[in-house]
Design a binder for this molecule. Sequence first.
Ligand code: NAD
Length: 257
Amino acid sequence: MRLENKVALITGASNGIGKASALLFAQEGAKVIVTDINDPAGEATVAEIKAGGGQAAFFHADVSKASDCEAMIKFAEDTFGALHILFNNAGIMHGEDGDATSTAEEIFDLTYAINVKGVFFGCKYGIPAIQRAGGGSIINTASFVAHLGAATPQLAYTASKGAVLSMSRELAVIHARENIRVNALSPGPLRTELLMNFLNTDEKKQRRLVHVPMGRFGEAAEMAKAALFLASDDSSYMTGSEFLVDGGITAAYVTPE
Ligand code: NAD
């Protein structure tokens, strides 16, 4: 088991990538703190882990609130004695996010509050805990959109993921000699609620798929495997990376018919 004796906290773990990672990390021996704003689904993730013989606990935390983030880290240490792995994964893609002229300031601020400040708050309170544990691994969920521009815009989202990449890089450098690794996970387009709600017609889905060399959306479970690699000692010489797991979308100029 690759995460034996480790405590992992995952934000946005009620659904999608976060949930799949919580299940996989627990299978690999980690004690998992599941956090989210969706309490019933978070409790269901915990129940599923326990049914499989793993250890987990749910904590309600809105990552855009500093006090919630401070409390979730304390909960992890109080519940399982330490924190080694912090997966800042919670994020939103707002349906009214568009180009510069159409995006309302409120939508931009909301996206930043969750996608950028959420990662900042996780690190602000999580890094001291990981230092107390003697080191560990931080994973911040970015996106392929931080690498490519799209004519179907989501400006606030795209900018927020660029911020996650640059924050991750700088934190990696700052903490490199403290046995703390910080990597971004940059998924391609996935078949999770987040993107399927945004691409809410077959035409919109097809328009996105045209650009993916593999010709399909990725699965949350495929991101969980990448996150496990970053969380575990298998990636022991890796920090400050942007870890693209994207079906080849960032490599493509023209895709197969
Ligand atoms: P998802 O919608 O399936 O899950 C996201 C989870 O985050 C939900 O459980 C939701 O309740 C939670 N959440 C939302 N706001 C929150 C808040 N303020 N505080 C705490 N939790 C909150 O989405 P997903 O596809 O699993 O996305 C996870 C991460 O991956 C996000 O950061 C997203 O931007 C990123 N990502 C997704 C895709 C994709 O195509 N789906 C691609 C690249 C990156």
